[in-house]
Design a protein around this ligand. Structure first.
Ligand SMILES: [Zn+2]
Ligand SMILES: [Zn+2]
Length: 161
């Protein structure tokens, strides 16, 4: 059986010492680096991760716990979606409208400058751009109807949203 390369660090692995990611594979070493003590126990979580997501966690851009929480929420959402046919289209629209950096396209955005009253609403966002999720940021910006200064956590570009 031919060995495959781990999509994260390129380690050559056999069929029994890696786990499939959504768009690649991950070796057990990388799984442990990620913070999962028991690779096989967290198979489902890993199966739903993309290579980008794994790299984001390894780079410290995303907390593993946040992913797990988000994953749970996604699963709940999926159940709800099964019951509601119409939500699929809505969901797609939402992801298209998700705020992102105009320069690099990253969705790791943070609201800057909390001198205005409105920003108290976005405390969660200021605390950690990723933990609140894109939805929070979008909802926040939309609800206020005001443009907010946002900084891209990836490339550092500042822009209004
Ligand atoms: Zn690896
Ligand atoms: Zn950017």
């Amino acid at each position: 059986m031919a060995k495959k390369a781990c999509s994260i660090d390129g380690t050559m692995v056999g069929i029994f010492d890696h786990i499939n990611l959504k768009d690649g594979i991950i070796c057990f070493d990388c799984v442990k680096k990620l913070g999962f003590e028991k690779p096989l126990k967290n198979k489902k979580l890993l199966n739903d991760m993309t290579v980008d997501l794994v790299n984001a966690v390894l780079d410290g851009d995303l907390l593993l716990d946040d992913y797990i929480a988000e994953h749970d929420r996604m699963l709940t959402q999926a159940t709800v979606q099964k019951l509601k046919d119409e939500s699929a289209e809505k969901h797609q629209q939402e992801s298209l409208n998700a705020p992102h950096c105009p320069k690099c396209g990253s969705k790791s955005l943070q609201v800057v400058g909390n001198h205005r009253k409105a920003f108290s609403v976005g405390k969660a966002i200021v605390g950690g751009a990723l933990t609140g999720g894109i939805g929070t940021l979008a909802g926040f910006a939309g609800k206020k109807g005001k443009k907010v200064d946002v900084i891209c956590m990836n490339c550092g570009k500042k822009f209004k949203m």
